[in-house]
Design a protein around this ligand. Structure first.
Ligand code: SAH
Ligand code: DHB
Ligand code: MG
Length: 246
């Protein structure tokens, strides 16, 4: 692709970054239609989120399918999600569970939880998914004291400044072989900015350092582009069980 800034058919100038974003979006739409094929319940979940005025920050369809595939490869029977929003990622993940499997998802915002509940019901997953409303730093210790878990897959996707805390909880609530997946770890590349004033970016910088210093996980970071821009996932497999001793 040429890096020259050229006017489009309407005569206005399109920056190279905009062209790139348009291409990522177009390819995402192509892949979604041809390969990912989200069904009516998933599409209705996004429509309900939009109609209720929720932020359009669910994982993309192709990312949702990636979560689904990872849960299946993992053979996950128990899944924990931190940050539900409208339950779009939740539905992708819950559909990967075998009979008898279950998913616990944590959401702080009562309005988001209401939309999520209705989306979960529409998807026919209310018997598999347990939605807990409250700030995750309050619901996580409760889960532990109730003896819930260990979880085979944990998806962290809530308020970014607390990601390190959520990862520490994920370690406690997982076991050797569990998968911990964290969303939004690249932030358009901003994580390289040591001086960033954005608490989300600083939260993710601390998170990368925490993973790097944890001898009990083996991890990678996958950068992603698509309809939602440029971001990424951390995927970490627990190799040393921190369990309930830590
Ligand atoms: N996983 C969802 C998107 C989650 S967006 C998907 O991909 O479909 C992040 C969500 O985390 C928002 O709904 C927000 O309300 C919630 N959240 C923010 N702070 C939180 C907290 N302290 N505890 C639990 N959830 C929180
Ligand atoms: C935001 C949060 C997300 O979980 C995401 O995937 C994208 C954006 C946000 O808070 O801006
Ligand atoms: Mg996210």
């Amino acid at each position: 692709m040429s890096s020259t800034i050229r006017p489009d058919s309407s005569g206005s100038v399109i920056e190279p970054e905009t062209r790139l974003q348009q291409q990522w979006t177009a390819v995402d739409e192509f892949v979604e239609r041809l390969v990912v094929k989200p069904d009516g319940a998933l599409e209705a979940a996004l429509q309900a989120a939009e109609a209720a005025g929720l932020p359009a920050i669910s994982v993309s369809p192709s990312q949702g399918k990636l979560l689904h595939l990872l849960a299946r490869v993992q053979g996950a029977r128990a899944i924990l999600e931190i940050g539900t929003l409208a339950a779009y990622s939740t539905i992708w993940l819950a559909r990967a569970l075998p009979a008898g499997g279950y998913l616990v998802t944590l959401e702080a915002d009562a309005k988001h939880a209401k939309v999520a509940r209705s989306n979960i019901l529409r998807a026919g997953l209310d018997h598999i998914i347990e939605l807990q409303v409250g700030r995750a730093l309050e619901t996580l210790p409760r889960l532990e004291s109730e003896g819930r878990g260990p979880f085979d897959l944990i998806f962290i996707d809530a308020d970014k400044p607390n990601t390190t805390e959520y990862f520490r909880w994920a370690r406690r609530l997982s076991q050797r072989g569990s998968l911990i997946i964290v969303d939004n770890v690249v932030r358009n590349g901003a994580i390289l900015d040591t001086a960033s004033a954005d608490p989300n970016v600083q939260g993710m910088r601390r998170f990368h350092e925490l993973v790097a210093a944890d001898p009990g996980v083996t991890a990678t970071v996958i950068q992603t582009v698509g309809g939602k821009g440029y971001d990424g996932f951390t995927i970490a497999r627990v190799t040393v069980d921190e369990g309930r001793t830590g």
